[in-house]
Write a protein that binds this ligand. Structure first.
Ligand SMILES: Nc1nc2c(ncn2[C@@H]2O[C@H](COP(=O)(O)OP(=O)(O)OP(=O)(O)O)[C@@H](O)[C@H]2O)c(=O)[nH]1
Ligand SMILES: [Mg+2]
Length: 218
């Protein structure tokens, strides 16, 4: 989180969609761009793709201004999931304030999901992020496909973990808002602890989420 030195009235929050290749990270951001109606929303930037695979990152900028005058900017990134782009993943992950791990629900992707999650934990350590404290949501995407893990199988494996689990079909937008919402709730807790958001800016978690996502328009 950056509280810019020159303009202390700006808070920048970096959120990263992480996960194995083709799990649907870019699709999540595209749907968020269509679904969200915050005060401020920028165009989605897609930096370099080859055959629809992210080579560098995608960026979706969002933001709002509190009544106290603080400009809150959120920058949503995706990492390239392909194994060979690890140094880019590390760079994008650096200074993240929250992560959505987008897993591919297809049964034959279980190993890739596991390896990518392990890679997330390792890269957090490499860039100095405390994985234990990092706001994190695990999203199981592609629920529309055949041959996917059942919710019971997923819960057997992930149910004991401390992170919220969500299920989605990013292609149609199902579960995309819910996942982002779960992340924002956790991020709010951190910024409230750090910046006394409730006291100084008169925003509780609900106000914060509403400001970031806009009024609900399904
Ligand atoms: N059936 C189905 N296809 C999906 C879903 N979400 C994404 N896809 C498709 O999966 C493919 C990969 O999606 P992307 O969003 O580009 O995946 P990515 O995670 O950004 O992939 P990398 O950039 O290579 O890491 C695309 O063809 C999407 O249309 C989903 O929920 N269901
Ligand atoms: Mg991508």
């Amino acid at each position: 989180m950056q509280n810019t030195v020159n303009t202390p009235s700006t808070l920048v929050i970096k959120l990263v969609y992480y996960g194995p290749a083709l799990s649907g990270k870019t699709t999540n951001l595209m749907r968020l761009h269509d679904l969200l109606h915050p005060e401020l929303i920028g165009e989605m930037m897609t930096l370099e793709t080859k055959n629809d695979r992210t080579l560098f990152f995608d960026l979706l900028p969002l933001g709002f201004k509190t009544s106290s005058g603080l400009l809150v900017k959120l920058k949503l990134f995706t990492v390239p999931g392909q194994v060979q782009h690890d140094s880019t993943r590390k760079a994008v992950l650096s200074r993240a304030d929250g992560v959505v791990f987008v897993a591919d629900s297809q049964r034959n992707q279980s190993i890739n999901n596991g390896e990518s999650f392990q890679n997330l934990a390792e890269n957090c350590a490499r860039v100095g992020l405390d994985f234990e404290k990092l706001p994190l949501v695990v999203q199981f995407n592609k629920r529309d496909l055949p041959e996917i893990l059942s919710e019971k199988e997923i819960l057997d494996r992930w149910g004991q973990a401390p992170w919220p689990l969500t299920y989605s079909v990013a292609l149609s937008g199902e579960g995309v808002r819910e996942t982002f919402y779960q992340l924002l709730l956790q991020v709010y807790r951190v910024i409230d602890d750090q910046y006394c958001f409730k006291e100084k800016h008169e925003m509780n978690a609900e106000d914060f989420v509403k400001a970031v996502m806009g009024e609900v328009r399904e």
